[in-house]
Ligand binder design. Structure first.
Ligand code: UDP
Ligand code: MN
Length: 609
């Protein structure tokens, strides 16, 4: 789930990017839906295209990071010779003392490139590099000084069971995860480590693993699922067997940094209904270098229910001024790494055990926690590295698309009320699966816990959200002269950049999300991915300043007023009118209001539920 080719590309544009970061705000590139593309012909092969599932954000150097997309940079049979069983079953862990030290990148010499490329296909990360790094490699201490002081006393904290589920993980990444837990946690806070093997078929993950963990200094055991049950059920298996006061879940390719555990346990100890995640740093899938990530991102999701990192806006930062290192509330969590009270985990309904393989469970748990009286938070003093990959190495029995969309359909049906209709209306792949979902058990959880509705969630947990609501406009913004629709910037190709000039294109029917906008009662014109219609309040150099689509900032330059009589969209900051100049070179601008047809707009509401 990550980045390396793009990184090189972006290195060339550091200035541009940092400006982008400064001005704003949100970090994410949305992406173009690829619904027009053919579905994968081998439904089990996750290396093929999994629709709409990237998660990206920008790291602290302003680099776009893909946090989890499953597109098909599929194996090129010419470039990567077949990988046979012998190779898969071979544990090639071969550490060299200083490789990867302090989180530095591993450089593979050119003579090994062919082997490196071949091995890369096995786990979709640079296995050769990973296998050269010791299990106990050092990492930088990325903590702020205030964090070190804040969590210096850990005697009183509850202890935790650490649960790591895996399916065909590499030996080196799995055990580096384990050793980083053992090496960087106060011993008295580690109750046990539970590895849950979700039906891996690599020989070295069988008896050799059992043997290896027997000698660790923290009680560690391996549970075996017997058949492939997916990550939700694997985590449930681990949780059911755990006896620590707190459960801490980690992916099988993480590296914990010093001081990672105390902030998580401290937060849970103070309030047992908190679900707390660390800041998720980046382990590069090519070089295994360690990169510290932004501390002040929060998690949310787009209209397609794909997880997104957003930087939080002004008022939230303002609130934190007093205490920048305290845990902060987030609408949703990334899902792989978090701690929560064990008893509370079960009181809150565990997980939805009907969710298959991968995906959706992070939103399900986030909504459930918030709507049923708990909270989801990020402890900025806790840093854990996660190996982000660009594609998934394992099979999705039943088909990638059906699995993800079934899981998301369940999330929507159980937790999202009218917003489920919005989701299904614009996501036919999920709509197709909605009637197949048995959700009675989950609705019973919602009933038992007397959980609040999704509207409460949007209003209170994520007031900055960009979803439609009854108190705001949702629909098309149509130019009176051309009849064209305003749309968010979409580039042809796989990726989409949300920022840029606002485009006008012929309106599409049935309505497409790329042409839908929300206008809030505050006059913000926003669309999916939290991007807003933006114009400068004062621009002395241009008579007709350009209108752009930029990350929403909450600033006045993004506020508008619709005059239904004159059909104008007035920019509040400048008092000028939104205009589509028929002279093509001008495009979408603001200009002195003049009652011309070029400045007339129709707001055509589209039913969303
Ligand atoms: N996993 C599992 N069974 C599955 C799929 C995934 O046990 O059927 C494990 C996987 O090995 C990893 C965790 O669940 O430890 C999360 O999966 P992954 O890292 O692929 O998700 P991502 O981090 O890409 O979102
Ligand atoms: Mn992972």
């Amino acid at each position: 789930m990550l980045l390396p080719k793009m990184r090189k590309l972006f290195r060339v544009w550091p200035i541009l990017l940092s400006v982008g970061v400064l001005i704003s705000l949100f970090v994410i590139w949305p992406r173009q839906s690829d619904r027009s593309k053919n579905p994968p012909n081998d439904p089990d092969d996750a290396s093929l295209r999994l629709l709409d599932s990237e998660k990206r954000y920008m790291d602290n150097r302003g680099i776009q990071v893909i946090v989890g997309h499953y597109i098909g940079d599929s194996v090129d049979p010419l470039q990567s010779p077949n990988i046979d069983q012998d190779l898969l079953n071979k544990n090639m862990f071969n550490p060299r003392p200083y490789e990867g030290r302090d989180g530095n990148p591993v450089m593979i010499p050119p003579k090994d490139f062919v082997l490196m490329k071949q091995l890369f296909q096995i786990n979709r990360f640079n296995l050769l590099a990973s296998d050269r790094i010791p299990l106990n490699r050092s990492l930088p201490d990325v903590r702020k000084k205030t964090c070190i002081a804040r969590y210096s006393g850990s005697k009183h904290l509850p202890s935790t069971s650490v649960i790591i589920v895996f399916h065909n993980e590499a030996w080196s990444t799995l055990l580096r995860t384990v050793h980083s837990v053992i090496g960087r946690s106060p011993r008295h806070l580690l109750h046990e480590i539970i590895l849950v093997d979700d039906s891996s078929n690599r020989e070295f993950l069988g008896a050799p693993l059992d043997e290896y963990v027997r000698n660790l200094e923290v009680p560690t055991r391996v549970l075996r699922s017997g058949k492939r049950i997916g990550l939700v059920n694997a985590r449930l298996l681990g949780a059911g067997d755990a006896t620590g006061q707190v459960l801490t879940f980690l992916d099988a390719h993480c590296e914990c940094t010093v001081g990672w555990l105390e902030p998580l346990l401290d937060a849970v100890a103070q309030n047992r209904t908190r679900i707390v995640s660390p800041v998720i740093d980046i382990i590069n899938d090519d070089t295994f270098s360690y990169t510290r990530s932004f501390e002040l991102h929060w998690g949310a999701f787009n209209w397609d229910l794909h997880f997104r990192w957003l930087t939080f806006g002004g008022s939230k930062l303002e609130q934190r001024r007093g205490d920048m290192v305290a845990p902060f509330k987030t609408p949703a969590m990334a899902g792989g790494l978090f701690s929560m009270n064990r008893e509370y985990f079960f009181e809150l309904g565990g997980y939805d055990d009907q969710m298959q393989i991968w995906g959706g469970e992070n939103l399900e748990l986030s909504f459930r926690a918030w709507q049923c009286g708990g909270s989801v938070e990020i402890a900025p003093c806790s840093h854990v590295g996660h190996l982000f990959r660009k594609s998934s190495p394992y099979t999705f029995p039943g088909g990638v698309g059906d699995i993800l969309y079934s899981n998301l359909a369940r999330v929507a049906l159980v937790w999202m009320d009218e917003w489920a209709e919005f989701y299904f209306k614009f996501n036919p792949a999920a709509e197709r699966l909605r009637d197949k979902q048995q959700i009675r058990g989950r609705l019973a959880v919602r009933e038992r816990l007397q959980c609040k509705g999704f509207e409460w969630y949007l209003d209170n947990v994520w007031p900055q959200h960009f979803f439609p609501k009854d108190d705001r406009f949702f629909g098309k913004i149509i130019h009176a002269v051309t009849g064209d629709c305003l749309m968010r910037p979409v580039t042809k190709g796989t990726y989409t950049q949300p920022f840029g000039n606002a485009d006008m294109e012929p309106c599409i029917s049935p309505p497409q999300l790329s042409q839908m906008f929300v206008m809030t009662s505050d006059g913000v014109i926003v669309t999916d991915e939290s991007v807003c219609l933006d114009a400068p309040e004062r621009d002395t150099r241009h008579e007709k300043p350009k209108v752009k689509i930029m990350a929403c900032s909450g600033l006045r330059r993004q506020k508008w007023q619709y005059d239904a009589k004159r059909k104008t969209l007035v920019h509040l900051g400048s008092k000028m009118c939104l205009q589509l100049s028929l002279k093509k070179s001008d495009g979408l601008v603001i200009a002195t209001c003049n009652k011309s047809a070029e400045q007339q707009w129709e707001l055509e509401a589209v039913p969303w539920k």
